[in-house]
Design a protein around this ligand. Sequence first.
Ligand code: P6P
Length: 337
Amino acid sequence: MAKKNQTLGEFIIENQTEFKYSSGELSRLINSIRLAAKVVNHEVNKAGLVDIIGAAGETNIQGEDQQKLDVYANDKFIQTLTNRNIVCGIGSEENDDFIAINSSDDKNQNKYVVLIDPLDGSSNIDVNVSVGTIFSIYRRVTPVGTPVTIDDFLQKGDQQVAAGYVIYGTSTMLVYTTGHGVNGFTLNPAIGTFYLSHPNMQFPEVGRIYSINEGNYAHFPQGVKDYIKYCQEEKEDRPYTSRYIGSLVSDFHRNLIKGGIYIYPQTSKAPNGKLRLLYECNPMAYLAEQANGLATDGFQRIMDIKPTELHQRVPIFCGSRKMVEKAKEFMKNSQEK
Ligand code: P6P
């Protein structure tokens, strides 16, 4: 049972028996993410003060300019996950291929792989808008003690053992699930401790906020155009409010608290949408379902999609249950016309 003002450390210990595998491993996993989150938070909060922002002059596999903080955050999460000797592999938005950890050491009894978007929304850094880290944790499927393979990463979202995000906003929060609901912890930067501030987070069944980049309207599928018009109709419960921060973690977090739907659909220019299945959509889908919400690609459950590539993109509609269901109706109806 979550108690307000409990520290993250106390919460993990009190609830580690819920983790369906050996308890100590979850603690070490979440603790390594907690440490990296505090280190990255420190740098994000001073980004405006030192010349750490701005492109690092390189581009990542996505062809996007790598902001120095992207690189820094990626390095910190990989370093802490590696040092804790708990994972056998890491997949990151910033790395073309997955990273095998201690794979040559046959004593490597590590059982988990982590997929991570180390600094999502990083294009917002130099305009002082909140950004986030997203993580997804699986148990490996290949034999323990052997080198990790791509199969350990290409698992359906419903095989996740934990997932969550860190949001570096007006306050820094760690929000995560291990399959027993979603809990939010707020960092007290003065003492570097995360406190349980949002126990048992749940999407309101219906919200009044829709989040989508309407600049792409001309390229949206008809079902999305129809849903946007539905949101804008003058009715008893509408029009809804349009809010789009351009940072998935921030839009998702606001919708989780207030109710709402976030949509990044396929377009004529991007037939699979923009967001990545393994380290953006699956972890957010796990959180959404654990918080009484839904996450689909417009037609099927995100967590039922069998991944085929480390960096594959999928469309995503996620948030309050009734809103995602309504959007799915519009997508289905437009297909049948
Ligand atoms: P657009 C940030 O790059 C991101 O991955 C998400 O955090 C955000 O919701 C989306 O892309 C913004 O994309 O095309 O609307 O700028």
